[in-house]
Write a protein that binds this ligand. Structure first.
Ligand SMILES: [Zn+2]
Length: 355
């Protein structure tokens, strides 16, 4: 199993080498994108699209790389035993994982990007029930095992509300012999479900062997940024930040807590998860976040649930990159009314104030 990884790292720099050279960008948020497109059901949020429309998954990977992602993250988020069981598809557990890994590998190989495996919160972990720890270990072990067999460059463990569950993920990934990127999900109260501050939890995960620690999902740029400063000041190694692209604020710091002043007839009582449209950050806000987080010393950056390729392009450009998609970055000088190009007709440019 180790031989697969050795041959991969000989042909391209690995995650840790790239982080030494500068920031690494990782696009996330496949669940929400496929939900919007009509290939995945909100609620259980299981990535069935991997088996049903694999060509679409490969295409979305390509779109995110085109926009500037340095990582192709296998779409195995919530492709774990508990989630497959709740939708009655436990028999598809291994096929869905192997297929998601093969699709990500294909795109990583063709683009020279990093190929990442992915595990996440299991929703069965209970800290004082030892039996659940065994169950969680077994779930991580099978998913990490398939990722290693597929030849991943590293494994991401993400959206953990319990830092102790994140520590189990760290342990399983490090035992498999690859770098571990571990990110925590911080809810309304700015601490983990154990009651640890994000910086204390990240320090513990770093001490447990995680190569990159930080936060992803749940909080938007405005309510994630203040937590990152303390994490950066507390841990020694690399720090990750992948917010959701929504305008969360002090009173409603998470995307689950956002309330809409203009619309109230939500089928499920709140905008999350299918009516968050009015809260979406524009691309420049994500660029501002990336610049601010990077200047704090955060060097693994991305966007989570709700992200689309234009957000990732903006993150990449904020970090000084020009991904292929930058060829089409706006040039309003050529706009018929708002432009400045000398070939534009005066009669149109003068009409600009009437638009
Ligand atoms: Zn997310």
């Amino acid at each position: 199993m180790g031989a697969v990884n050795e041959s991969a790292t000989q042909t391209k720099p690995g995650l840790l080498e790239r982080l030494e050279d500068g920031p690494v960008i990782c696009a996330e948020g496949y669940l929400f994108e496929f939900e919007r497109r009509g290939y995945l059901q909100a609620g259980a949020f299981v990535p069935e699209v991997v088996l049903e429309h694999p060509e679409l998954v490969a295409q979305l990977h390509r779109e995110f790389v085109h926009a500037g992602s340095d990582v192709v993250e296998a779409f195995t988020y919530y492709a774990h035993r508990e989630k497959l069981k709740i939708i009655g598809r436990e028999n598809d557990l291994e096929p869905i994982n192997r297929q998601a890994l093969a699709l990500a590998k294909e795109v990583a190989d063709e683009t020279g990007t990093l190929f990442a495996g992915d595990i996440c919160n299991t929703n069965v972990f209970v800290p004082d029930e030892e039996e659940t720890h065994k169950q969680v270990r077994a779930m991580f072990e099978e998913q990490v095992g398939w990722a290693i067999e597929a030849g991943v460059d590293f494994v991401i463990g993400e959206t953990f509300s319990w830092a102790t569950e994140a520590a189990l993920a760290t342990e399983m990934i490090k035992e498999a012999g690859v770098p571990a990127v571990i990110t925590l999900a911080v809810h309304r109260e700015p601490h983990t479900r154990e009651g640890w501050s994000p910086e204390e939890a990240c320090k513990r995960l770093e001490d447990a062997g995680a190569d990159v620690v930080g936060l992803n999902c749940i909080r938007g740029p405005q309510t994630m940024l203040p937590l990152l400063e303390k994490i950066r000041a507390t841990v020694k190694g690399h720090v990750a930040a992948l917010p959701v692209p929504y305008r969360t604020h002090d009173e409603q710091p998470t995307f689950q807590s956002l309330e809409d002043a203009h619309y109230h007839d939500f089928p499920d009582g709140r905008p999350f998860p299918t009516a968050l449209d009015p809260f979406v950050c524009n691309r420049y806000e994500l660029g501002d976040f990336a610049r601010a987080a990077h200047s704090l010393g955060v060097n693994y950056l991305g966007v989570c649930c709700g992200a689309a390729p234009h957000h990732i392009r903006s993150v990449a450009e904020a970090l000084g990159r020009t991904p292929p998609a930058s060829r089409y970055t706006a040039d309003m000088s050529k706009h018929a009314y708002l432009g400045t190009d000398p070939t534009l007709k005066k009669e149109y440019r003068e009409f600009a104030k009437e638009l």
